[in-house]
Ligand binder design. Structure first.
Ligand code: C2O
Ligand code: CU
Length: 501
């Protein structure tokens, strides 16, 4: 590569030179290697992991009589990641943590015990529950050696679907998830959908050093949004899933990656989407490709066809770092390609599954009265970031011009009202926008009006693009947050406080 000129270095965020050059070179290497199609599945750089083992699923804990109680211990542990021995961070000793299965109306009580040497806490991503006190309250820190009892009460009409949990202590979110702290939450359908197999599939990425420790990331990688070298499904590298022809399976897919977008395909198989996030379509929708931004989930029916198919993540161009285009490497970062799993379909035909009954349509907020309209501007700019001293030269990641402060309330909303928010991205990189507690209905995505009702809790806002959403601030009041779900960006300040009262 050609040397970086002083001008390029200055453009890359108004930085001092030596560290910039080293950091930028590291970024160049990791991103260019990630752009080449991976020859072997599951790895986009570094030593080849062990592949082809039978898929394992996380342990499952199910509510009984309207309640699920558990202790979740967050602690360092030795686990296998991609077939390699790794020192990771685990919930109850595993990566991913246990799957929590709930029903609408249930109460979920989680005692979080912090066995880490740093603060953590717990967020139930996508659940429509109270953000107050011992609920989905991300302002509370659980210190090392301490515990906290979270209590979540799901409303009786809580949308069924795929949700997840992860730490949310500002400044450490990306590192803790990258190290292994995440797990699935399933809210069951009132009327079960007939399938032969249900699989919970948590996609993650991470990087191990030669000793099996989670690799540290550079300031440049944080600014771009880190993408790990290992692409994992339930902690495994390209595991094998087997089925009989004609079988209908239900796949609950969660993108837990810190920054990687997943453009998924499973060519040769029949895919029908039941919903994404808390959104449900009345009839399953035939698809051949799915884009999951970080934090998004898909609830998918797969009807098996004899043969072998690869669940692939295809490259996704999520834009460029301001200033980095000057280095002549074209637009990046790009979410790299990789094989997530091999679906092997053989043997006698399965008995045909029963019909999928249609479900009631979700409320359409396009006909609702709008109490307020707001603009939420996501920006990246040169300048001294919030970490001033230790991270001098970092780019600023802001919402409406400000970096996160838990002492400030940025947006105050009247409880019970519907608002329309226009999410504006003034940067050359995509930002997936996430609002806690209250789901968003996507109205317009970069100039394209949504057809049917599309409910999301993570809406991708394209580079230099915009999206319009409507939100019903119902059922719960209190303080919570919205932020970029490239969790490096969130940790760097792209998060705001909302209060509904
Ligand atoms: Cu999945 Cu505020 O995060
Ligand atoms: Cu972002």
């Amino acid at each position: 590569m050609r040397p970086i000129s002083r001008r390029d270095a200055l453009i890359a965020g108004g930085l001092g030179t030596a560290a910039t050059v080293a950091g930028a070179a590291g970024l160049w290497w990791s991103l260019t290697s990630a752009r080449e199609p991976a020859g072997v599945g599951g790895v986009v750089g570094g030593a080849a992991p062990v592949q082809g083992a039978e898929l394992r699923g996380p342990a499952e804990l199910r509510s009984t009589d309207g309640r699920l109680e558990l202790t979740l211990g967050a602690a360092p542990g030795r686990v296998e990641l991609g077939g390699r021995q790794a020192r990771a961070l685990c919930y109850n000793g595993t990566v991913p943590g246990p799957t929590l299965r709930l029903r609408p109306g249930d109460e979920l009580n989680v005692r979080l015990e912090n066995g880490l040497n740093e603060p953590t806490n717990l967020h139930v991503h996508g659940l429509h529950v109270s953000p107050q006190t011992d609920g989905d309250n991300v302002f509370r820190a659980v210190l090392p050696g301490q515990g906290f009892d979270y209590r979540y009460r799901l409303p009786p009409d809580h949308p069924p679907g795929v949700y997840w949990y992860h730490p949310h202590h500002h400044g450490m979110v990306a590192d803790q998830i990258f190290a292994g702290l995440f797990g699935a939450i399933i809210v069951e359908d009132p009327d079960a959908i007939p399938v032969s197999t249900e699989r919970v599939l948590l996609v993650s990425d991470t990087t191990l050093d030669s000793a099996g420790n989670i690799a540290a990331v550079s300031p440049m990688e944080r600014m771009a949004g880190r993408e790990g070298e290992l692409l994992l499904l339930n902690g495994q590298s390209n595991p094998v899933l087997t089925a009989q022809p004609g079988a209908r399976e239900r796949w609950r897919i969660i993108n837990t990656c810190v920054a990687r977008y997943l453009r998924l395909r499973l060519d040769g198989q029949q895919l029908q989407l039941l919903g994404m996030d808390s959104g449900r379509s009345p009839e399953p929708e035939t698809v051949d490709e799915l884009l999951l931004a970080p934090g998004n989930r898909a609830d998918l029916l797969v009807t098996a066809t004899a043969g072998e198919a690869v669940l692939q993540a295809l490259p996704y161009d999520r834009g460029a770092m301001p200033g980095m285009m000057m280095m002549g490497q074209g637009p990046f970062p790009v979410s790299g390609a990789g094989a997530l799993a091999t679906f092997r379909v053989s043997g006698a035909s399965a008995t045909p599954p029963g019909a999928v009954t249609s479900r009631t349509a979700q409320e359409d907020l396009r006909t609702a009265a709008v109490a307020a309209r707001r603009q939420v501007v996501l920006s990246m700019g040169a300048g001294q970031g919030m970490r001033g001293g230790g991270m001098a030269g970092m780019m600023r990641f802001t919402i409406n011009g400000r970096e996160y402060s838990d002492a400030r309330t940025d947006t105050t909303v009247a409880a019970g009202t519907v608002e329309e928010w226009t999410l504006v991205n003034t940067s050359p990189m995509d930002h997936p926008f996430h609002l806690h507690v209250w789901p968003m209905q996507l109205i317009n995505d970069n100039g394209r009006a949504a057809g049917p009702v599309v409910m999301r809790d993570v809406v991708n806002v394209r580079a230099n693009g915009r999206a319009t959403v409507r939100i019903a601030f119902r059922d719960f009041s209190g303080r919570s947050v919205y932020h970029c779900h490239i969790l490096d960006h969130e940790d760097l300040g792209m998060m705001s406080v909302i209060e509904v009262r």
